[in-house]
Design a protein around this ligand. Structure first.
Ligand SMILES: *Cc1c(COP(=O)(O)O)cnc(C)c1O
Length: 474
């Protein structure tokens, strides 16, 4: 391939990317291609001859039009997703062009230094201790895995046991206290670490899903020895925060390691009005968060903060003879499970540098005010019940109709919204009740998007009401 051919190919991909982004706000949000259509467009036998590079890129771009969800667009409210700020996408294009292996300083001085700068900015922005270790991983799942590996190391070391050398067979038991509302990725991390998800004791929560500190206090009193507590900042359904300040005081008194899952909630710290929700989080021993959610960088990016970098290093690093560690410089692999890895701190750097404190705060506050607007618009309808206190960017909605079972009715409304295509959101079960979950995490969502989406949801509500056979229109 000549240099001109390469330029033409990359320009072509850029054009496709630009065309995709230019239309993503206007198209139906749901994917409309069936898996069969996608297989027909992209599959078939591989063949021996190969295909021209431009044709490969064109085929992928064509399939993406109806095969992707418009989750980059302003009216995708499913799960907790977030889009990608243009500066983050642009920086990510550079990352692919450079194709750096960012395991150690010697492989990429640029990436090592960018990680260091970005880590410092985030600690500052979020008010976290400035000596802590920071690692860039693939998502919050791996951030919690990394943090809990450091926790495992630390609580067992204090009990005279070397978990890295001797494993867990015969090790002192660790008392695991986990919020009953913990995200399932905490369970997965406990499994992967051999700590045993089934051994975790579940700490009861209140109506919003917040851990009950007095219950934690009681449970902490029931054991001695190694102990790890997992709390959360930002419940995936309600957006509620555990009382971290109180929890951290209890953990310190007991000598327990406190891990906080702040996948999206941690970013509340960027806003003076929202920061009190996460008060005390700077006292946690470890925190896991996501970049690809509220920070609006492309997949995949999670970040782990650990107040004890020596524990993080002990759990994660293992010197190999051919890896020349530079004591003066950051070797990124020492903070994460991976060795060879993408330079995923670069888009984070780009977002922080381009938005600054004020821009990031504005993004977070805007999404939260949009969540309140959505709750007000929907809640004004007598058939709608908002199930949560809208403290952050999450809204939980239940739909009621005198002639329907509310669970079935709620699911019918969700299906109607997904089919209609103005916006997309998913369902969940909250305290035994089916509910619609709306997460507002995209940088490009406007008040108009909220109003259009609220109208579409209320239309789907009326549609579902009418669709019940033999039932008069509400
Ligand atoms: C999304 C989420 C996770 C998992 O994050 P991934 O980036 O998907 O690994 C964990 N906890 C909470 C509260 C989340 O919202």
């Amino acid at each position: 391939m000549t240099c001109d051919d390469r330029n033409a190919l990359l320009a072509r991909a850029a054009q496709h990317g630009q065309a995709y982004l230019a239309t993503v706000a206007g198209r139906p949000v749901a994917a409309s291609a069936t898996s069969e259509e996608l297989r027909n467009a992209l599959g078939g036998t591989l063949g021996t001859a190969g295909t021209e590079a431009v044709a490969v890129i064109d085929a992928l771009a064509a399939a993406a039009e109806r095969g992707t969800l418009a989750s980059q667009g302003p009216r995708y409210f499913g799960f907790v997703i977030g889009g990608s700020l243009p500066v983050a996408t642009a920086a990510d294009w550079l990352v692919s062009s450079w194709d750096q292996n960012s395991a150690v300083y010697a492989m990429s001085p640029l990436v090592s230094v960018v990680e260091d700068i970005t880590a410092g900015w985030m600690r500052d922005l979020l008010g976290l201790p400035d000596h802590g270790g920071v690692g860039f991983v693939t998502g919050c799942q791996m951030a919690s895995f990394t943090a809990l590996a450091a926790a495992r190391h630390d609580v067992l070391r204090r009990a005279g046991w070397d978990a890295e050398a001797d494993g867990l067979t015969g090790a002192p038991a660790i008392d695991l206290l986990v919020s009953e509302e913990s995200h399932y990725t905490i369970t997965m991390a406990l499994r992967l670490l051999g700590l045993g998800a089934g051994r975790a004791r579940r700490v009861p929560t209140d109506a919003q899903g917040r851990m009950l500190a007095p219950e934690l206090a009681r449970m902490l009193g029931e054991s001695t020895g190694p102990c790890i507590v997992c709390a959360q900042a930002g419940n995936v359904n309600t957006g509620a925060f555990d009382p971290i300040e109180e929890i951290s005081t209890l953990c310190r008194a007991r000598g327990a390691w406190l891990h906080v899952d702040g996948a999206f909630g941690l970013w509340a710290r960027t806003s003076p009005s929202l920061a009190p929700l996460a008060a005390g989080i700077q006292r946690a021993d470890s925190i896991a968060t996501d970049g690809h959610k509220w920070l609006n960088v492309p997949y995949d990016c999670g970040i782990v903060f650990c107040a004890h970098p020596e524990a993080q290093r002990a759990a994660m690093s293992l010197a190999a003879a051919y890896i020349v560690a530079d004591a003066q410089e950051r070797d990124p692999h020492e903070f994460v499970p991976e060795e060879s890895r993408r330079a995923r701190a670069v888009p984070v750097y780009a977002v922080l540098r381009s938005l600054g404190h004020a821009g990031l705060r504005a993004l977070v506050e805007r999404n939260c005010s949009h969540a309140r607007r959505m709750a007000e618009r929907l809640g004004a309808d007598p058939a709608v019940r908002i199930l949560n206190d809208v403290v952050l960017n999450q809204v939980l909605v239940r739909f009621e109709d005198p002639h329907w079972d509310a669970d079935a009715f709620t699911r019918a409304v969700i299906a109607g919204v997904q089919q209609e295509g103005t916006c997309w959101l998913g369902g969940t079960v909250w305290h035994g009740m089916a509910a619609m979950r709306i997460s507002i995490s995209n940088w490009s969502t406007t008040a108009q998007d909220i109003d259009r989406s609220a109208d579409a949801i209320l239309d789907a509500l009326r549609g579902a009401s009418r669709s019940r056979p033999g039932c008069a229109r509400r």
